[in-house]
Design a protein. Sequence first.
Length: 96
Amino acid sequence: MRVLRFAPEFECHPVWEIRADGLINMAPETLPISQSLAADINAWAKLFQENYRDDDPAQSGFVDPFREWQLVADGLKLAERLLDELGREWVLHVNF
């Protein structure tokens, strides 16, 4: 059984494999999923990244609560697709 963490993070991919030796950040396209799902995850992560402030990382975050809510809702749909495509040999932890 492999364990995957799905969570948007600034300046990295939103998927992490949880291993005994720690978390491994992974590009979605390296997972055994369709190219279309990997592209959708990357596009979703890009929307999250738009809220990062290079000039002041501590001030990063959403200004518009609706946009934040929409990102979470879209992320949950992507998580469901991930579960469907990864199959039973994976466990998915979603952290938003």
